[in-house]
Design a protein around this ligand. Structure first.
Ligand code: WTA
Length: 662
């Protein structure tokens, strides 16, 4: 394993988990997929995906399933023509126009049901509006919004005209938004006046204005009125969403796109300070997200499905927007936090809408555990047929709690492993087929190839651990990093591929073990990426935000284990000569990081130190800092140039343990 992120003691305990749960017979009998032969079928992965692709609406059928001749740059469904919105909207109108696409639940309590026809009409109106602003096929549109119905509408309106959307999570700061707009060279930004969050208002338009001041590519800003607060509108540049769509026709022909035209860019943290613009294309992505949505969540026509993610992350793209809409599913779209106005908000929503599938994050489950069972017990959750998790490893204790108190010991749990880059779920049970084990994402889905390899790239036999890799292309895979194909090839295909043998292996950045049954147990990142409440944050991003502060000389950041958030950000900072480390300065530095990146990246703890532990070649020894922040027995310090400093830091760190949560 790489030196920076070793499996912790908890993970070792996880491997001792022996309980198994076979799919209940009643569930298996009615499941969309209930024969294990699907796994054998998936071994011929090209034909498998070609067969599944019949489920999409193509304008022109493809002539070749996969072109891997220019590996690691894949093309799927060569010459296929489609517009994803025709699969997601148009084709449902005839029979299901009045079916609800989204039950919107606003945080303050306003609710609204949006049918497929209404969604279609408003997408067309906004597409016409974007046309009038000069957005054309191939242009980039940035989206920075709260979780309102206009958010999926914005994504789909871009897709309708063949523009590429780049959604930036509404919790990111102005600086983070600016970087992403500039990298994508977005022409238009769609935002909200404000968004509701935890009973308060987030000034999205204010942050957006600060970002655009340094983002010259933006020609227009479209503003959704959500809270109705007065916000500055710049004459000629800014227009309210409702004014833009007013009087626009409720039809807009879908622009034909190629299967390999870009659908969206989504920025994610990598191992450098600069976020990567992950590029997804059209046909393969829609196939992967819709197939896995139907298979993994066992979606039926009358279901009410709810994914609690934010559309600002990939989970929302694939499992709130594209997957569910392609399958004609009714979804809940909830705007706010789980504890507003009370800690039972999720359970109240599930009871009211008779939600059948819930898809949420382990960090949320651990928070619910902490709040106590009285909140779910206030409500009838018996409508839930299946429950799922994503974003980080789920500890067996949380899995068992989820099974008992939310799933009523009858709803299968799907623990789904995937990434922004993979576009859709890769490793997960099929709920009608696969026996589950608490804490394991089980095995790769049909049509997906995975392995666990050692440093040299050799497959590790069952029972051993190493690096998780994906062994062949899949439809929803990222195609490149925007404007940086070399970084794409190096990051994902540089480590274990053998180009001279035409052998291409995707390195996921995660460590994994496989037990004797071949089940995958995810061990977290092995690179410099932290996972805080399921959000990917790079240590380098936080370090550069800290060093950006005038008082800071040097900073090192590590992710330490945290019982609720998975990892918490621990920072070690050396100050410039004259500066004294005070409580106020800690608060200032945390704010500074929030301004540079967003609140999610604020360190949970900051320890001032006169020196950082370094090797003789000057490399900061982060593993040691991780040991210190997790208060483990210190690892080997003999290679340190400055061994004394470690004990000094350890003493200070012990005095400063806070939690990531606030
Ligand atoms: C982690 C989120 C264990 C993993 C869809 C991965 C998981 C990163 C799981 C991707 C899971 C996601 N079990 N770890 N079920 N799901 N991860 O890009 O480290 O935000 O590499 O995509 O989250 O995070 P991303």
């Amino acid at each position: 394993m790489a030196e920076r992120n070793e499996p912790s003691a908890t993970i070792e305990a996880l491997m001792n988990e022996q309980r198994t749960f076979t799919p209940p017979l009643e569930f298996a009998n009615q499941a969309n997929i209930n024969s294990p032969s699907i796994y054998t079928e998936g071994e011929d992965f090209e034909n498998f995906w070609a067969k599944q692709a019949e489920s999409l609406l193509w304008r022109k059928k493809w002539t070749q399933t996969l072109d891997w001749s220019n590996a690691p740059f894949a093309k799927w469904f060569i010459d296929g023509k489609l517009n994803v919105t025709e699969s997601c909207l148009d084709r449902h109108l005839a029979d299901n126009g009045d079916k609800v696409a989204y039950y919107f639940v606003g945080e303050p309590g306003d609710e609204r049901a949006v049918t497929y026809r209404q969604l279609y009409e408003e997408v067309c109106q906004l597409a016409n509006g974007l046309d009038s602003l000069g957005v054309a096929k191939g242009d980039r549109v940035a989206i920075y919004m709260g979780m309102v119905v206009e958010l999926p509408i914005a994504l789909l309106a871009c897709a309708r005209i063949g523009a590429t959307h780049s959604v930036v999570f509404g919790g990111f700061s102005s600086d983070a938004l600016m970087d992403r707009i500039n990298d994508a060279e977005a022409k238009v930004l769609i935002t909200c006046d404000e968004s509701w969050r935890n009973g308060g208002k987030i000034a999205l338009k204010g942050y957006a204005d600060a970002a655009i001041a340094e983002a010259p590519s933006i020609e227009h800003v479209v503003v959704v009125k959500r809270t109705g607060s007065e916000v500055p509108m710049k004459e000629g540049r800014d227009i309210y969403y409702h004014d833009l769509i007013k009087g626009q026709p409720k039809e807009r022909a879908a622009t034909e796109t190629d299967s390999e035209d870009p659908l969206f860019i989504l920025y994610t943290s990598g191992t450098t300070g600069k976020p990567k613009g992950i590029v997804h294309t059209t046909g393969g992505y829609l196939l992967g997200s819709s197939y896995t949505h139907k298979a993994v969540f066992d979606i039926k026509d009358n279901d009410v499905y709810w994914c609690t993610a934010d559309i600002g992350w990939v989970t929302g793209h694939s499992y709130i927007v594209y997957g569910p809409l392609a399958n004609g599913t009714t979804s809940v779209l909830y705007e706010g936090v789980p504890n507003y106005p009370d800690e039972d908000r999720y359970w109240e929503i599930i009871e009211k809408y008779k939600v059948t599938q819930l898809y949420t994050a382990p960090t949320a489950i651990r928070t619910f555990m902490k709040w106590g069972t009285e909140f779910p017990e206030r409500h009838d959750l018996s409508s839930l047929k299946l429950i799922g998790t994503v974003g980080e490893p789920i500890n067996p204790e949380a899995w068992i709690w989820y099974n008992k108190y939310i799933g009523g010991e009858k709803a299968p749990i799907v623990d789904t492993w995937w990434q922004t880059e993979t576009g859709h779920i890769m490793i997960s049970p099929l709920p009608g087929v696969t026996t589950t084990k608490p804490g394991s994402a089980t095995i790769p889905l049909p049509g997906i190839g995975a392995d666990v390899v050692d440093e040299e790239g050799n497959s590790v036999p069952f029972g051993g651990g190493g690096y998780l890799v994906l062994t062949h292309p899949w439809p929803g895979m990222l195609r490149t990093i925007f404007k940086d194909p070399q970084r794409f090839a190096d990051t994902y295909y540089g480590r274990f591929s053998k180009p001279e043998e035409n052998h291409w292996v995707y390195f996921a950045g995660d460590g994994a073990k496989r037990d004797n049954d071949g089940y995958y147990w995810l061990l977290g990142r092995v690179d410099d990426v932290m996972n805080v409440s399921g959000h990917r944050i790079s240590t380098l991003e936080v370090e550069s935000a800290l060093v950006d502060h005038p008082d800071v000389a040097e900073a090192a950041v590590v992710g330490r284990n945290d019982p609720i958030t998975g990892q918490a950000i621990a920072a070690f900072v050396t100050l410039k000569g004259h500066v004294v480390g005070t409580e106020q300065l800690i608060a200032q530095l945390r704010n500074h990081v929030a301004e540079k990146i967003g609140k999610i990246a604020r360190p949970a703890s900051i320890v001032f130190t006169d020196e950082l532990p370094k090797t003789r070649s000057g490399k900061i020894m982060r593993r040691l800092l991780k040991d210190i922040s997790e208060q483990r027995k210190l690892g080997d310090v003999t290679t340190l140039a400055n061994a004394d400093v470690v004990h000094d830091i350890a003493a200070r760190a012990a005095a400063s343990t806070t939690s990531q949560e606030d």
